[in-house]
Structures are given as C-alpha cells and as structure tokens.
Design a protein around this ligand. Structure first.
Ligand code: ADP
Length: 492
C-alpha cells in the first residue's frame, strides 16, 4: 500500500477542547473527514487551562522549543479528536497557556501573545522532529500559526521540514497578529525579515503578512470571501498582498456538524421533522412563540436572529430599520451577546415592543437550536462574513435565510426568484436600513402571497449538502496541489 499523505494541522483552538469561534469547529471536524479519506492528519494545539488534562496521555520526556530567551522545555500530551483516531497533540507550557482565557480577557489580548504564539508555531515544528513525523503538508490557521510557513522557509532551510508544503487558511482577515516591530527578536527571525515583502506592514510587524508571502497556497473559508479580501473594502489593509497571490488562493466552504444540527434527531426540539414531513416544524414554531411570550399564531411570520452582537454582524443596521419592520405583522426573536450598546438597544426594544420583539441577551445553545427550528426566516445582515454557519443551519431546518450578499452567505444562499419560485432565501446588497427593511418586507409579502414558493424553497434548502465530507475532498485536492507546487512532482 502506498504511504498516506501526511498532514500536520496547526490551530490555536479546537472543539470541543477550547473554543472561541468557528476556527475551533473547523479544527475539531475537518481532520476527522480527512482521516476518512485515508490522510494521516494530526492536530497540534496548546494545552490550555480547562482542558481535560488527565484524559490525555503524557508523552515521555520533554521537547525543547527555541525561544528568544533560551530553550523552552515543554511536555506533550496526546489524545484523539472525539469519535475518531485523529491524534491531537497538546503542547504543555504552563507559563504561556495555563490561563483563564485563550487570547486574553474580552476585547483585550495578553501582552505576551506574540511570545505565546511564536511558541506554538515553533513548537509545532519541534514536535514533528521529536515524533519523527515529517508532514508532506502543514496546514496553518489564522495569525496564531502564521509564523509556521515563515520558519519552514527560514529556520528549517536545508532541514527535512523544509520539504513540507504550507497552507495558510484565513478564517477572519480582521485579526492579523499585529505587533510592534521592535518585537522581531521574539520571533527568532533576523531583522532582515522585517521588510514589506515579509513581516513589515505600514510600520508594524504583521504575522499574517508573513504567512501570505511564505505559504505555498492560501485558503479561505468560502470562495466569495477569497475574492472579497482582494478588495479595499474587505481586505483589512492586506488586499494588495491578497491580489498578488490571487492565483494561489482557494476558497473552500466550511461544513457544518450534520449530527449536532439535524432537525430529524435534534434533542433540543419539542418535535422533529425533515424535508418530507414538516409537521414537526409547526410544533416547534408554536413552542418557540410560547417560549418568547408571543401569541401562538401559525399565520404570522417569525424571524430568528442568533449571533454575536458585533459590527461584523450588521445588527446596528437592523437597529435603524427596526421601527419600520415592527410596524408590520411579524414576530422577531433575537438571541445574542456582544457590544454593550447593542445589548442595551435590543433590551430597550424588547421592553417597548415586547408584543412582537424579544431579545434574549445570553449564550444558550438549546435556544439557538429552537430558534433555527421554530422560525420561518433567519436574519443575517452581515457587514462581512468569511463563511457563516447559522445560514447553513437555517437551510437545514427549513428556515429561509434573509442575508446580505457577502462572503459565505453568497455561496450558500440562492436568492429568491419571484417569477420561477426558485432560490433558497432572500438577499440584499446595500448595507442600509432601507435595503434591509425592503428585503424583510419582500420576505413578508412572499409569506402572505406565495406560500407555495415558501414551501418549495424550504424543501430545496433542507436537502443541500453542507457536510464536512464535501469540504474534506476539496482540501485533499488542495493538499495535492500544494505538494506538487512545493516538490515539483505529484504525490505518491
Ligand atoms: P461567527 O463564527 O462569526 O460568530 P457563525 O455564524 O459562523 O458566526 O457561527 C456562530 C455560532 O455561534 C453558531 O453556531 C451560533 O449558533 C452560535 N451562537 C452565537 N451566538 C450565540 C448565542 N447567543 N447563543 C447560542 N449560540 C450562539
């Protein structure tokens, strides 16, 4: 049997062990499907406080990670991604990672984050050497791992790891790992790498920029986001570099956890349903209306909203359109936490328009499921959206997404066509209160005037394939392309 492709997957978070966002879901799910394709993939991450330390096996001995101040002696603990045989290596270095937060208290970063994630990046490569595992491809994710492709090309020059192709996946370009240029010594890289073609960007050290230059191929979590970040509007200052490498950038839509989010088996719901029988959805709607304290009317359209209340999600625009939207016969249920201003506004709206607007300002997974199942429409007026998961959950739950045409939303939702009844949701382009209200109005009028179209759209969305298995096949092709580019010949 030919040797399998060897892939090291480096991430700063991985579900269910440590999670702040979608990156953790990718790291916890994609490797399992890659393994099912026969790839020898292994995941490496830091060992944080709060992880199940005692369930992980402690490997013999210590690993020495070169740091600016000397060698950091780190232990390695190994486990597996739940329900799989994918090895998960956790780098144990308590001075950096045994802390209450992954990156720092809310809205702050730890002062030594550059040092912490230099350790992760350098430590991942030292781990390979310690294990004798020399990957064909190293898959890095977001700025915390951005130094890996730089090290592969520099400190590993003429060493076995230099042969590895590197892939840098962008989950959210808004976070780039920007530090004072004076901190270059912390990376262990010579000052000569502090230039506009590597790590220097407008007078600061930008780790993402280093990865964009040094990686064999670049990835994003949706095809549309891959194109958008080559423009000034979405590129967060790195659009120039992204355009230079447009031919090497591949957008692959994230999958969703189709076991956790399955209306036919969902344990959070009062009734279950599928595309062939939607009667359970009506039960979920009535229960949701009751939970929200609304009249249990099947005829009124219910709009659901779940998400972080941050500028990325565009809820400030919703705030400006809310009066107009609430002048119609609709019910809106919002579940979210985030910026204080946004929370205060929606609490106020709840207090004043409680007859048709409910705001639950907390994190509640069960409620997120019940909203996805019980609502008729799901609102995502995102300013930018690298991929987005909620709209995929909505489609699977027969809840029509009303979205702004950006990023992964464009790649997952097909706009309604009134003449044919085609599509799976409603879309608008301008991020303005008028455009948002008009599109919600369009959804509402379709609800009242063309129920047959609503039904057909629901069923269409429910049977679409958003599985990780699909994404994994695309990543496998990307790994092979990266290998070919790095080595000059095909794998195998
Ligand atoms: P992002 O990763 O940008 O926050 P996504 O749509 O990709 O947005 O994923 C958000 C995830 O977090 C979804 O699984 C969503 O259900 C969940 N979520 C966000 N806010 C809440 C909340 N207040 N309660 C429960 N789940 C939430």
């Amino acid at each position: 049997m030919p040797a399998p492709l060897k892939v090291l997957f480096v991430a700063s978070e991985c579900a269910p062990f440590a999670k702040t966002g979608g990156l953790a879901d990718v790291a916890g799910a994609l490797p399992k499907d890659l393994r099912a394709l026969g790839i020898d993939v292994r995941v490496v991450m830091p060992l944080y406080a709060g992880m199940p330390w005692n369930e992980l096996e402690v490997l013999d001995g210590f690993m020495t990670v070169p740091m600016w101040w000397g060698g950091a002696r780190a232990r390695v603990r190994v486990g597996q991604l739940p329900g799989s045989e994918v090895p998960l290596y956790c780098l144990e270095y308590n001075r950096y990672f045994d802390r209450p937060y992954l990156y720092g208290p809310p809205a702050e970063g730890y002062a030594d984050n550059l040092e912490r994630f230099t350790f992760l990046s350098r430590g991942s490569l030292e781990l390979c050497k310690a294990l004798g595992f020399f990957p064909d491809v190293i898959h890095c994710n977001d700025w915390q791992t951005a130094l890996v492709p730089v090290y592969v090309n520099t400190t590993e020059w003429m060493q076995p790891l230099h042969a590895a192709a590197t892939i840098y996946s962008i989950h959210n370009l808004a976070y780039q790992g920007v530090f004072d240029g004076g901190g270059m010594f912390i990376t262990g890289l010579g000052r000569e790498h502090y230039n506009p073609n590597e790590l220097e960007h407008f007078g600061a050290m930008n780790l993402t920029k280093g990865a964009l230059h040094h990686s064999t191929l670049l990835g994003t979590v949706s095809p549309t986001y891959a194109r958008e970040i080559q423009t000034g509007t979405y590129g967060c200052g790195l659009d120039g570099v992204m355009s230079q490498r447009s031919g090497d950038t591949i957008g692959i839509l994230n999958g969703i956890d189709t076991d956790e989010w399955n209306p036919a088996t969902d344990r959070h719901l009062p009734a279950r349903f599928d595309a062939t029988d939607l009667s359970g959805k009506a039960v979920c709607k009535a229960a949701l209306q009751k939970e929200a304290g609304f009249p249990q009317r099947p005829d009124v359209p219910v709009f659901g909203i779940v998400g972080r209340l941050t500028p990325q999600k565009g809820f400030d625009v919703l705030a400006h359109a809310l009066d107009r939207i609430l002048s119609w016969d609709v019910q809106i249920i919002l579940l979210g936490t985030g910026d204080t201003d946004a929370e205060n506004f929606f609490a106020w709206a709840d207090a004043h328009r409680g007859d048709r607007f409910r705001a639950w300002l907390r994190f509640d997974n069960g409620r997120a499921h019940r909203i996805e199942a019980g609502a008729d429409f799901f609102l995502m007026p995102s300013r930018f959206e690298p991929c987005g998961l909620n709209q995929m959950y909505s489609l699977r739950y027969g809840t029509l997404p009303v979205v702004r045409a950006t990023g992964g939303l464009v790649d997952t939702v097909k706009n309604y066509d009134e003449t044919t009844g085609g599509g799976t949701g409603f879309m608008f382009n301008d991020l303005s209160p008028d455009a948002l209200a008009n599109t919600i109005g369009w959804a509402v009028s379709t609800w009242y005037d063309r129920q047959d179209h609503i039904d057909a759209m629901r069923r269409r969305g429910m049977v679409e394939d958003f599985s990780w298995a699909r994404a994994a096949r695309d990543y496998e092709a990307m790994y092979h392309r990266a290998y070919q580019r790095r080595r000059g010949h095909a794998f195998g």
